[in-house]
Design a binder for this molecule. Sequence first.
Ligand code: IPM
Ligand code: MN
Length: 366
Amino acid sequence: MEKTIAILPGDGIGPEVTAAAVKVLRTIAMRYGHSFTMKEADIGGAAIDRYGEPLPDETITACEQSDAILLGAVGGPKWDKNPADKRPEKGLLGIRKHFDLYANIRPVKAFPSLLSSSPLKKEVAENVDMVILRELTGGLYFGEPKRRNERSAIDTLVYTKEEIKRIVTQAFEIARTRRGKVTSVDKANVLETSKLWRQVVEEVREGYPDVDVDHLYVDAAAMKLITEPSTFDVIVTENMFGDILSDEASVITGSLGMLPSASVRADGFGLYEPVHGSAPDLAGENKANPSAAILSAAMMLRHSFGFHTEASAIEEAVKSVLEDGYGTGDVCGGDKQVVSTTRFAEKVIEEIEREFVSDHIMLSYV
Ligand code: IPM
Ligand code: MN
């Protein structure tokens, strides 16, 4: 099939890890008979440097003309002192809002070969397999009024019932394809928005009698993520809580460098990006772990294009390369061989080719 993909490398290690993911996508296209047209555009600090703003019209147009977006990372010390609307992060928030990408899917799954890098005991971290579903276009990030002067500042936490309902419904749908459990996280003992959130979860659950539901306050959820992370299946929560909890959950598996994410809307269009940031200290050294970007490309194939076999091929390949003892510096405990970003991507590509050939030899025998 023919697909157009907007590639937004962004800042810091973003260009290196997206280049690795693009190579993997080219291999998939060649092997599985697809044609991917990749259109590169600027976002974040790179766009500020070239166009004077973090999300130029050219970038929005390139994304509008595409079937999905693959993004690297935005931000860095160079732009830290810029005024609020000229900060790289504004580009990311702007693109989420522009395309109404309200559902942020962050899977957190332990890779057995990386458990020694987890800050938690092996017994606690093993078997972790959850999806954090974060509402991405509402709440404190976008609520109005939002302003600051010398003496005071205000942000607004607002949610409509419709905004809550669409993300909560998606959580139930995802839970049905997994272990059938939704944990809704809120602060309903204090916040009005959380009381509405909880009420909507109770309404939506009526349509999903096969799914178990529990409600946790966000402080308790933060604690349980560390003490009993393997008990979670699908966590659904509002924008700010989801931002915080997903960073907390991400390190359990050993490295932030492994985790992909998808930000999608109802029709399947989406933006795919690593959970990690731009890591300016690593930039330009060919040392960053490209796994999260490569796995984000796999999520894109699965969620936006419905290419399940191709997505699994990528996921299996990344797992095999790690199991074979190769890794970038962040995932290299003990006996692993440290390789560069580009070498790791080559290893993944070799593995995809190897799997493809062995699958097709098997097929020709049946
Ligand atoms: C994330 C990031 C962003 C967020 C920043 C860069 C605006 O932390 O994707 O989690 O807070 O959503
Ligand atoms: Mn974050």
